[in-house]
Every structure is written in structure tokens, then in C-alpha cells.
Design a protein around this ligand. Structure first.
Ligand SMILES: [Zn+2]
Length: 145
């Protein structure tokens, strides 16, 4: 899909994006205090330990806040319009900013359950997005075109 940004990978975020390429939502977890946090960093934000392990998240989340965006930031979004920018709280605790896709914008409510899906971008990159409803265990990829 031309015109849509691809991830800027850093040392801290590389495991996150590599998991996303396999349609897995992966989160950093502190090996010292057990905190699960986001965005990825090289030190735990709670205790400053650099012993970071990665866990595969359930992909379940709930909407904390959202906004339907009626301005087009990139040409590549012309077919996804309006799009929904949201903050979701993952079942594991951290919140992240994402898009809600495959949804009826007017039916979305704060507190709605959403589950992760992955949007393919260039060069094999996949972007975690969320859609309404529970994850379907028999198809964890949840790929969107
Ligand atoms: Zn920690």
C-alpha cells in the first residue's frame, strides 16, 4: 500500500516489529520486577533494570479513548476514511495508540472490547491494529488487507 508509513525500527523496538512480521503482538516485560510496559525501551520504566524479556500478548484490549479522524494525513489512507485513532488498554496492562479498523465508527464506544489484527505494509512489515470483538483463537493472525 503506497503512501503509508513503515515502522522506524530501533534497537529497543526491533523485537516488537519482528514479532509483528509474524502476526504476533509482543510486549517487553521486566525480568527484575515483572512490569509489562509499552512502548519498548531498553530499561524498565518502573525499576530501571535492563533485563528485558518479551512475551506474546493475548491481543485482547479495550478502548480507553478514540477519535474519528476526517483529515487525510497521507495519500495512502484515501481508502480508509475516516479512520479511527484510539488508545487501547491491553489485557496485560499497558496502553498503546493504534487504529481501530473494520469498524462502524458511529457504533464504537469507550470500553468496547477489541482484538489485535495486522495490516501489511511494505517490505514484509506488519502494523498491529485493533478491530472490534474478541480474538478468534483458531485464526490468531487476524490479517487485514
Ligand atoms: Zn522492572
Amino acid at each position: 500500500m503506497p503512501g503509508r508509513p513503515v515502522p522506524q525500527v530501533t534497537d529497543a523496538t526491533r523485537p516488537y516489529w519482528e514479532a509483528a512480521r509474524e502476526s504476533r503482538l509482543s510486549l517487553p516485560k521486566c525480568g527484575a520486577c515483572g512490569d509489562v510496559f509499552f512502548p519498548p525501551r531498553q530499561k524498565c520504566p518502573a525499576c530501571r533494570s535492563d533485563q528485558i524479556a518479551w512475551i506474546t500478548a493475548s491481543g485482547e484490549a479495550e478502548i480507553v479513548s478514540f477519535s474519528a479522524v476526517h483529515m487525510q494525513p497521507f495519500e495512502g489512507y484515501a481508502d480508509h476514511f475516516p479512520y479511527v485513532l484510539a488508545i487501547v488498554r491491553l489485557a496485560e496492562g499497558p496502553q498503546l495508540m493504534t487504529n481501530i479498523v473494520d469498524c462502524d465508527v458511529d457504533a464504537l464506544r469507550i470500553g468496547d472490547g477489541v482484538s489485535v489484527c495486522f495490516e501489511a505494509r511494505g517490505d514484509g512489515a506488519r502494523i498491529p491494529q485493533f478491530r472490534p470483538g474478541r480474538a478468534i483463537n483458531s485464526n490468531q493472525n487476524g490479517d487485514v488487507s
